[in-house]
Ligand binder design. Sequence first.
Ligand SMILES: [Zn+2]
Ligand SMILES: [Zn+2]
Length: 150
Amino acid sequence: MAKFEPKTIRQSKQRNHLLQLLRSTDRHPTADWLYEQLKKNFPNLSLGTVYRNLSLLIEQGEVKKIHCGSTFDRFEANTQPHYHLICESCGTMTDLEMPGMYNDLNKQAKQLTTFTISHHKIEFYGICQKCARKDARAQNAHAETQRHKE
Ligand SMILES: [Zn+2]
Ligand SMILES: [Zn+2]
């Protein structure tokens, strides 16, 4: 017989698991991805619970929500100020730490305005190494077939 476990304990266990999962990955996952991973350990988990736990962790300052415009929001446990590199080919989001830059930019902006600045966000767009390698391979293959035609 299953051991009796009060609901509140079960919920905090799920929340802990969620936080550990976020801390163990740098992929800036969506709530859906987190849900799929957690379901392996908590078969009765609902997506609503994942969202509720995420909100709680955000309130506690353990997790940050990244607004991604029209696409699904992503989440991360890296709450230090940092920038993001976004691959235009595969959509992966990678952290880029530039602490000096972060403080400098806040300072510069403060000097230019009477606006009270709390933080800022920067996203760099380009092609990740994986996709760049794939591109290079595709181009080589193309060049190879061109050569055979001649
Ligand atoms: Zn990529
Ligand atoms: Zn990040």
